[in-house]
Design a protein around this ligand. Structure first.
Ligand SMILES: [Zn+2]
Ligand SMILES: [Zn+2]
Length: 469
């Protein structure tokens, strides 16, 4: 899993670029927590993120707040708070962004694909809202649903949205999870199977939390696109905002320059969640649903999953996790690529764990959103500047700083994660996040955990674990 990745002292390119998180949500889009602008401008500089998407800007109640509170002083498509409490609050720039859930039939089933749209100004946003009304879209939540009859209509309608302004940009979000373009239900092979002709106007894609460049590189169709990473945060909490990000090579901070960088693959690096922390990394069924008892679950690496994909506990079909899906797609697109090798374009990236999660782990606290965690967070960030620097400062220097600042167990936990000496076990699967273990690594190609009693006969008790090499 760590092939081609020396995380200990990253080269100079990792200290360059403008750091962006282009996919977020307001509190209107469901999910937990709430993302308000004031908390965002307080937390973004700590995370090291300079530009963030507003989320949900096509939703009237949120748009009204955005128009009230933000302005674009240089008229270049990057917005800041009108009434900033401190000078520092103006360092964070917003760009107008939304996610649209686009659905259309694929075969006998209906496919739901999330896409991120970026807009150069409020005029373009107002035009898009009018157009969606014309398409009969109901927008009662932050994320509009665009329901289409077929892929021709999908292509036609996205094209109309793009034609509002040459600087409108869209890209498929979290491509390999259930609500992504390559999600398993129903599965497609190439993007134009869903998008039709407008697929040729896609310049970029978002990895999603459960995938990173080492997984996306398996899929030949992605070779020509710009790989980017975003948090998809539904809250301004420190473990959500900027949990994935992209550093773009920009000559100046402006919306147009950012779009040009997306279209021309000018990326310095991305910072990635460890895929095994992501909620859809491996195949399996979690406890508490589909007739599984609370403590019954199963999780499989691609080679270990039952060939018929039937869950050994409940007997229902499992959907493939992201890693398995990427391997399937790779073959479907006619390649013989192997996991662990990089093909096509090579993206610079590092894997990280949100600092508050490392601190909570080191302090033996389950919730990373507590006073004690925040206290240590502020001390560390106060000394090193921002969270991105935790991953890019020379290890020797970082170690020295941490040893003077915090107790040994906390310093050690951070250094171990920085060295790549951590894993998530069990890893993420079927909608649950992976559980952080510091000081150990895991072979994610060798996981087969079945914990529960077989329903059909009730005779055979299954309780098999095999997670190590
Ligand atoms: Zn989203
Ligand atoms: Zn099951």
């Amino acid at each position: 899993m760590n092939a081609n990745l020396d995380q200990i002292d990253l080269p100079e390119i990792f200290r360059k670029g403008v750091i962006c998180d282009l996919h977020a949500h307001s509190s209107y889009a469901g999910g937990t927590g709430s993302l308000d602008l004031t908390t965002a401008v307080k937390n973004m500089p700590k995370k090291g993120v300079q530009i963030i998407g507003t989320g949900d800007c096509l939703y009237q109640p949120w748009l009204k707040i955005l128009k009230e509170k933000l302005h674009d002083p240089d008229e270049n498509g990057t917005f800041e708070l009108k009434e900033a409490e401190q000078e520092k609050d103006l360092e964070t720039k917003f760009i107008l962004q939304t996610e649209i859930a686009i659905t259309a039939p694929v075969g006998v089933a209906r496919k739901n694909v999330h896409c991120v749209f970026l807009w150069p100004n409020f005029n373009a946003v107002d035009e898009a809202i009018k157009l969606l009304e014309k398409f009969g879209v109901k927008n009662s939540m932050g994320r509009p649903f665009l329901t289409n009859k077929n892929r021709e209509e999908t292509s036609d309608r996205i094209t109309k949205l793009l034609e509002i302004d040459p600087l409108v940009e869209f890209f498929p979000a979290h491509i390999l999870v259930p609500l992504g373009i390559y999600g398993p239900k129903p599965a497609i092979t190439f993007m134009d199977d869903f998008f039709g002709e407008v697929a040729s106007r896609i310049h970029a894609f978002e990895t999603g939390l459960s995938a990173d460049p080492s997984i996306c590189t398996l899929i030949p169709e992605l070779d020509k696109l710009t790989l980017i990473s975003n948090s998809d945060a539904h809250s301004a909490a420190l473990n959500r905002l900027g949990r994935e990000l992209t550093s773009f090579d920009l000559k100046k901070v402006s919306y147009e320059e950012l779009i040009d960088a997306i279209r021309n693959n000018r990326v310095c690096y991305t910072a990635e969640f460890h895929p095994s922390e992501g909620r859809y990394f491996l195949t399996g069924h979690r406890g508490g649903i589909r007739g599984h008892k609370e403590d019954e679950f199963c999780v499989f690496s691609p080679d270990r999953a039952p060939k018929n994909m039937v869950c050994p506990i409940c007997g229902l079909t499992m959907s493939p996790g992201v890693l398995q899906r990427a391997i399937e797609l790779s073959k479907a697109q006619g390649s013989e690529r192997e996991f662990g090798t990089f093909y096509g374009q090579k993206r610079n990236f590092y894997r990280m764990v949100p600092l508050v999660e490392i601190l909570a782990h080191a302090l033996g606290i389950k919730n990373s959103n507590t006073k004690k965690v925040t206290l240590f967070y502020e001390i560390i960030i106060g000394a090193i500047g921002n969270e991105c620097k935790l991953w890019t400062t020379k290890l020797e220097v970082l170690t020295e700083i941490l040893q003077q600042l915090v107790d040994e167990p906390i310093a050690r936990a951070i250094i171990e994660v920085r060295k790549g000496n951590f894993c998530f076990s069990p890893p993420g699967f079927d909608g649950t996040y992976g559980e952080l273990i510091i000081g150990e690594t895991s072979n994610y190609q060798n996981i087969e955990i079945i914990k529960g009693a077989k329903r059909a006969s009730q005779q055979l008790t299954l309780d098999r674990f095999s997670t190590k090499d």
